[in-house]
Design a protein. Structure first.
Ligand SMILES: Cc1cc2nc3c(=O)[nH]c(=O)nc-3n(C[C@H](O)[C@H](O)[C@H](O)COP(=O)(O)O)c2cc1C
Length: 279
């Protein structure tokens, strides 16, 4: 059976063209979150649960953040203030604990597969979160994924009381936009869509991609430099190197580390990028 009312290709393209990451939301006059109508909340949670899932397991959990003090602490731990003010805020987690408990309850021992847990747990979590955000966008909201959870992972495990087998992937906020950002660019399609076999981009194609992407790094009237931004995240001494030991520690703490005891412990202490695009 196909979709009840198939959209035209133009309508689908227009819908995805309207996507914007939004970090400033409309609030109540006192600055507290504007609640979603119950039917809207129900529809987006339903969408999250309709996501396909590996091996039928649904290896994810979403922690819905409602209490102002929990929202505020999550905002501080992740350096993303909109976690406190968005209409809805979630922490999207891989979760293999529930599956292990079902096995236990039925008298079966859970196997040892920490790498597979991370692989399919994060996959399931992303699919549920993406369904949720897309449903919200269909209802007229916008949102923001927050990879900044890696800035305060240990604190977040404590705050949300996440047991072994559960690992945050990212947070997700959504609400009615109180800002109108421009559409942000993407690299030219041949760099990400390959046909039949992987093809490395040529240096010219990479240069073209950088030129296309530069506006995403512009701040005010300062022109953007995407390669510089990528360097701040992924370069030597960049934010991702700073996050690496914290993620390894969290994987170990949650029983999801598949490497040896000594691996992954190098500790480059570097500042992490914050603010717009801090993700
Ligand atoms: C996994 C993930 C993590 C992200 N983390 C953050 C973040 O911590 N803070 C933030 O402001 N934006 C974050 N973003 C939003 C990206 O910066 C944004 O999607 C990107 O710049 C493209 O913009 P667009 O979504 O408006 O097209 C994240 C996005 C993703 C998918």
């Amino acid at each position: 059976m196909s979709a009840p009312h198939p959209l035209t290709p133009e309508q689908v393209t227009a819908f995805y063209d309207a996507h914007r990451t939004v970090r400033l939301y409309r609030t109540q006059p006192d600055g507290s979150p504007l609640p979603l109508p119950e039917a809207h909340l129900e529809a987006i949670l339903h969408a999250a649960q309709r996501a396909p899932t590996d091996a039928t397991a649904q290896l994810y959990s979403l922690i819905r953040l409602t209490r102002p003090e929990v929202r505020a602490q999550a905002a501080a731990l992740t350096n993303n203030a909109h976690l406190a003010t968005a209409s809805e805020a979630f922490v999207v987690c891989a979760d293999v604990r529930r599956t292990a408990r079902v096995l236990e309850l039925s008298g079966r021992a859970a196997g040892h597969w920490p790498a597979v847990a991370v692989h399919f747990g994060l996959g399931d979590a992303v699919m549920a979160g993406t369904n949720l955000l897309t449903a919200a966008e269909l209802l007229g909201y916008q949102g923001c994924w927050i990879g900044g959870v890696l800035n305060g992972l240990d604190g977040l495990l404590d705050l949300l009381k996440l047991p072994p087998g559960v690992l945050p992937f990212a947070a997700l906020t959504l609400g009615l936009p109180a800002e109108a950002p421009p559409q942000r660019p993407r690299v030219p399609r041949p760099l990400v869509i390959h046909t039949d076999e992987y093809r490395d981009a040529t240096p010219e194609q990479l240069q073209e991609a950088v030129a296309v992407m530069n506006p995403i790094a512009a701040r005010g009237d300062k022109p953007g430099d995407w390669a510089r931004l990528l360097g701040a995240y992924f370069g030597v001494g960049g934010g991702m190197e700073g996050r690496e030991p914290h993620l390894v520690a969290a994987l170990k703490r949650q029983g999801l580390w598949a490497g040896g005891e000594e691996e992954g412990t190098r500790r480059p202490a570097q500042p992490e990028p914050t603010g717009e695009n801090a993700g």
